[in-house]
Design a protein around this ligand. Sequence first.
Ligand code: GLY
Length: 375
Amino acid sequence: MIGLALAWRLAQRGLAVTVLERDEPGGGTSRVGAGMLAPVSEAVFTEQPLLRLGLASARAYPGFVAELEEVTGRDTGYRKSGTLLAARDADEAEWLARELEMRSSLGLGVARLRASEARRLEPALAPALRLALEIPDDHAVDPRKLTRALGDALLRAGGELRCHAKVQALSVEHDHVAGVRLETGEVVGAGHVVVAAGPWSARIGGIPEPDRVPVHPVKGQIMRLHDPSGPGLLTRILRMRTGYVVPRGDGRYVLGATMEERGFDESVTAGAVYELLRDAGELLPGLAELVIDELAVGFRPGTPDNAPAIGPASIPGLSWATGHYRHGILLAPVTAELLGAQLAGEEPAFGELDAAAFAPTRFIPTGSTPITARA
Ligand code: GLY
């Protein structure tokens, strides 16, 4: 998602751009993601630069998808559904009250709803509901539709997309990145390389050690379901302490997701499926009537401070657009604009944002010598 969005923006600026995709476009983390655009729901008090980045991207989303839909004629599944955060018991209600206070102190759009008010909005919610928060500006998109549209838009803008082209290593000449080497041995030359390989980014060979962004996979198990009787069970995104249900608006739902430190373990476990269904089912009993279409595993690209790495490395010829952790779909428009403007030598886009908070070079350990300082 991130690589395609950036490549599209670069191709639109007239740059010659090739996406090297190891599988099919959008076939990695983006294929699994639910597609929530949820900067307010996922706000963390200690991560305010990330919050501002997310809010900027959420504001850019309507224009981003409208442009994509216009140039490709494809639907992106963008729905202005809004979100409900829900509590099942007294403990969770206390947690939700604290979450409300934090968001209100940051001036974020959130309203407290009594259980009866929430159930008027979403009649399928269980009587067990204790308290809810309404977040009217957190929406969702369908990442699978979106990546298809982006691939199409990239080609229409003159970009190149090479599928099943597995990058093995950077090709470095005289302390300057000069392209990449594929697993087949082919060397693809480039004036500039952007690593946008999500959780696999740090695995690419040849990255000079101080420059390697420490991206780490955080496993998520997630399921896709549909309602044989059609849409209507739930219209807003429903979030609870342990997960979320995202309605697609056509009777399909995504129920996610676990957060697991298990490296690249791809197994779907009975315990995870049980817990996801149990927790969401307590708030939305009608979930039990849905048909399971898919159980999937994805890997979020985590970083030590939960913020992405967007911008140049210290070695010339290399940039990063990775480490978007839980927010890759949300942050695609802002990432593409920030780095697109930078690589095209334009004025910084989103000048109000704290770009240093996302600089990949922030991970260079103090005391090591960045490549630019050696040159
Ligand atoms: N953004 C939701 C997740 O990572 O599960």
